[in-house]
Design a protein around this ligand. Structure first.
Ligand code: ADE
Ligand code: ZN
Length: 334
């Protein structure tokens, strides 16, 4: 059966997805209008590969460029209804893409820093989550991501703000600008979150400075069960052994931007799997990346990464295996 049809028919799980990263240009326009906002042109500029983009320093600059765009864009989100609409639009994409289970990250700090109450963010997301399960049959969990370029204090305050909504939030993550903000900065936060029974993950973005050391800190200092991206585990053979031993799941994202010749990181993702590491495939920020949602991204990953349909099934199985679900509920998906 042809790749596109096979992928469309495959029941999928997505574990690495930023809800603010699903903001389409049309959603931005709609919310900007509804909230009577005047936004800079920057907010409506699609992400493009800058000319001559190779080498590590440039990769970091590109992450920063993307994150600037993302932080500009999310300013259209103000009310409970805005967060609801954003999340529900993603759930409709899940339905279209046959994603039957999703773990959705959100970033409270760039909202609360603008004076948006934590309650507005979580109440909108939670209402959409409940409605999507009921109406679309899409199940999901929420992951609260801390912006690592902000202070530990701000992170601790955010964990406190989440306390009344503990039941709605399954996991804790770490994202945003990594350069100069190693995982160890957040040891205290992760210890507290573990004591509150949060599931734990953290980003280790691809090809950052000290990338493998950051992966090591996530596993050994923060005690995560998953790592978002984490491709640079490949740089350190002993770390590969540790990750395999502990059953760490790497939520990889073979996305591409306008101008990228092909999905990024596919060779390394394949190598990770060949070495026996657990990897899943995810779209990360489909509103910003040209790769878009699963049914658009995966066929090109198959075409250029020489994956078979069986490989794809194995990647999806890894996602369901690594999902933060009680065992009885997991069985319903497999
Ligand atoms: N925030 C949203 N997407 C991100 C990514 N891919 N890396 C770091 N922070 C992010
Ligand atoms: Zn991410």
């Amino acid at each position: 059966i042809a790749t596109h049809e096979f992928i469309a028919g495959l029941p999928k799980a997505e574990l690495h997805l930023h809800i603010e990263g699903t903001l389409s240009l049309s959603m931005k326009r709609k919310l900007a209008e509804r909230n009577k906002l005047q936004l800079s042109e920057l907010s409506f500029t699609p992400l493009k590969v800058p000319p001559g983009s190779t080498g590590q320093k440039l990769d970091i600059l590109q992450y920063k460029m993307f994150l600037d765009l993302y932080m500009q864009g999310l300013k259209v989100l103000h009310t409970v209804e805005d967060f609801y609409d954003l999340a529900y639009a993603y759930y409709e994409e899940c339905k279209r893409n046959n994603i039957i289970y999703a773990e959705i990250s959100f970033d409270p700090q760039p909202h609360t820093d603008r004076g948006i109450p934590f309650a507005a963010v979580i109440e909108g997301l939670q209402a959409a989550r409940v409605e999507a399960a009921k109406t679309l049959g899409v199940e999901s969990r929420l992951i609260m991501c801390i912006n690592r370029d902000m202070t530990l204090e701000s992170a601790l305050q955010t964990l406190s703000a989440a306390k009344p909504y503990r039941d709605h939030i399954t996991g804790l993550g770490l994202d945003s600008v990594e350069d100069g903000h190693p995982p160890i900065k957040f040891k205290q936060l992760y210890d507290l979150a573990r004591a509150q029974d949060y599931e734990l993950t953290a980003h280790c973005d691809v090809d950052m400075v000290n990338a493998a050391e950051h992966v090591r800190q996530c596993i050994e200092v923060l005690g995560v069960r998953r790592i978002d991206h984490g491709i640079n585990v490949l740089d350190d053979p002993t770390l590969i052994d540790t990750a395999i031993e502990r059953g760490i799941l790497f939520t990889a994202c073979p996305t591409w931007r306008d101008g990228d010749p092909q999905p990024r990181r596919v060779d390394r993702i394949k190598k990770m799997r060949d070495l026996g590491l657990k990897v899943s495939l995810n779209t990360d920020d489909p509103g910003y990346f040209a790769s878009g949602y699963m049914n658009a991204m995966l066929p090109r990953v198959v075409e250029c990464g020489a994956l078979t349909q069986d490989d794809l099934v194995a990647y999806m199985r890894n996602a369901f295996d690594g999902a933060w679900l009680p065992e009885d509920e997991r069985q319903e998906f497999i």
